[in-house]
Design a protein around this ligand. Structure first.
Ligand SMILES: Cc1cc2nc3c(=O)[nH]c(=O)nc-3n(C[C@H](O)[C@H](O)[C@H](O)COP(=O)(O)O)c2cc1C
Length: 191
């Protein structure tokens, strides 16, 4: 396998509960952000934005995230397990990167393309992490998409939260690779 193929094929989503709390050197996080910054971008709007949490900042953010869950979840749906989970996930990760799409004022580029470009930037982070032996999860769980999260992180009305990227190290074997639909079913060749 080529290096790129190996990285792409072996990248797996690793839940923060499988991370071991070991810290990633901030210079590696910076390298991942530089990779993200080379994603394709229609109209060169470069819509990806990153808020990087670690250490006390991460502990504060996860507590705030858990509190949003508590404050905005109807009593019947709230579970203490999920509340604790949001906090504990961040204890096992080293860094969490909140990624959002910054909508350009002119809105000239179609929304879907700005979201697509930001997703491509996220994939660069995930592949860079894989290359560095870092476990990663692109999460949209908890309150990621709730308006209160936008407010907490200072997004503007037309910006779009894209996810929370949990990064850390793991001692566990990589989760099994699995695809449910064979590629041929997703592919049409017109020769
Ligand atoms: C937009 C997006 C959101 C995701 N959100 C979550 C999530 O909230 N929780 C989670 O466990 N995995 C999440 N995932 C990861 C998927 O579960 C994972 O990619 C899928 O199971 C395939 O596994 P793989 O990444 O190891 O190939 C998300 C993936 C994408 C693309």
């Amino acid at each position: 396998m080529s290096t790129l193929e190996k990285i792409i094929r072996e990248r797996r989503s690793v839940k923060p509960s499988l991370m071991n709390g070991k810290k990633i050197n901030p210079s590696i996080i910076q390298q991942l952000l530089i990779l993200a910054d080379w994603a394709p971008t229609h109209g060169r709007t470069e819509p990806w934005r990153f808020i990087i949490f670690s250490g006390d900042g991460l502990a504060r953010f996860s507590q705030q995230h858990a509190d949003l869950y508590k404050n905005y979840t109807p009593e019947g749906s709230f579970t203490n397990a999920k509340y604790q989970n949001i906090i504990q996930n961040a204890e096992k990760a080293s860094h969490v990167i909140a990624v959002y799409m910054k909508r350009q004022a002119s809105q000239k580029i179609p929304l879907i393309e700005e979201i697509a470009a930001t997703a491509a930037a996220i994939e660069h982070i995930l592949l860079g992490a894989q290359e560095q032996g870092i476990a990663a999860l692109w999460s949209t769980g908890g309150m990621t998409y709730h308006n209160s999260m936008k407010q907490l992180l200072g997004l503007e009305e037309h910006d779009q939260m894209m996810g929370l990227i949990y990064l850390g190290y793991s001692d566990e074997p990589s989760p099994p690779a699995k695809r449910n639909i064979v590629l041929s079913e997703k592919t049409v060749w017109k020769d």
